[in-house]
Design a protein around this ligand. Structure first.
Ligand code: PLP
Length: 225
């Protein structure tokens, strides 16, 4: 049998997202589906755009920047979902409208120094490994207070990646609980960026507002040379 086409995969994921939203008693229209196009060429982004997708996610600046430049004739919303290096923040803000991975003070300072207004999520690390990206749960309030003090940053909420080998639903429930701590500091920061190809259903059941879905829509990523 032939591989399902891009539009068939997109329609299938959209259908599953709607089903999960209804199961959770939620309006599918309140959920933003970001298609993560990392490792894929600009031509695939263009195809998805023609199929109606507007929100795209990338995790590496050196790949994302030329892709955004190649698609300057379109009006996509670029979400930066990878680890942010302070020294690259200015360049990332050249195309990204939403940062999903603010996880330390130096990144907040780097954003402030550009004078740019940007929407952002604070990323919460659900593992014990500091190399995974995200702020430790114990340092969450301090970072959120720092973000709240940065006039150019509109804090949307929390972002997280469910660790491998744990129950995704339980991991996302932890993010939902941590979100209450965020909202006690920034009441408007109600969004939850969580859920990938393998676990978006669980994320929706725990209140995800922004899904970051790659392979379930794009197919397998080309291997990096
Ligand atoms: C790659 C990536 C995704 C998408 O992963 P899939 O499993 O392909 O859906 C989501 N979030 C982040 C941070 C990623 O790096």
């Amino acid at each position: 049998m032939a591989e399902p086409s891009l539009d068939a995969r997109l329609a299938s994921v959209r259908g599953s997202v709607s089903d999960a939203a209804r199961e959770a008693g939620r309006d599918p229209g309140e959920i933003t589906m970001i298609v993560v196009t990392k490792f894929h060429p600009a031509s695939l982004v263009r195809e998805l755009y023609e199929l109606g997708v507007r929100d795209f996610g990338e995790n590496r600046h050196q790949d994302a920047e030329p892709k955004a430049a190649a698609l300057i004739d379109l009006d996509p919303i670029w979400h930066f979902v990878g680890q942010l290096q302070s020294k690259k923040v200015r360049a990332v803000l050249g195309y990204a409208r939403v940062l999903h991975s603010v996880d330390r003070t130096s990144v907040v300072e780097a954003i402030e120094s550009t004078g740019t207004n940007v929407d952002a999520f604070v990323q919460l690390n659900l593992t014990d490994d500091p190399g995974r990206g995200g702020v430790d749960a114990g340092d969450l309030e301090i970072l959120v207070e720092r973000v709240a003090a940065a006039p150019g940053i509109r804090l949307l909420g929390l972002m997280a990646v469910a660790p491998l080998g744990v129950d995704a639903r339980a991991a996302f429930a932890e993010v939902r609980l941590a979100s209450e701590r965020v909202r006690s500091i920034v009441p408007e920061a109600i969004a939850l960026s969580m859920g990938m190809s393998g676990d978006y259903r669980e994320a929706i059941l725990e209140g995800a507002t922004h899904l970051r879905i790659g392979t379930a829509i794009t197919g397998n990523r080309p291997t990096r040379g």
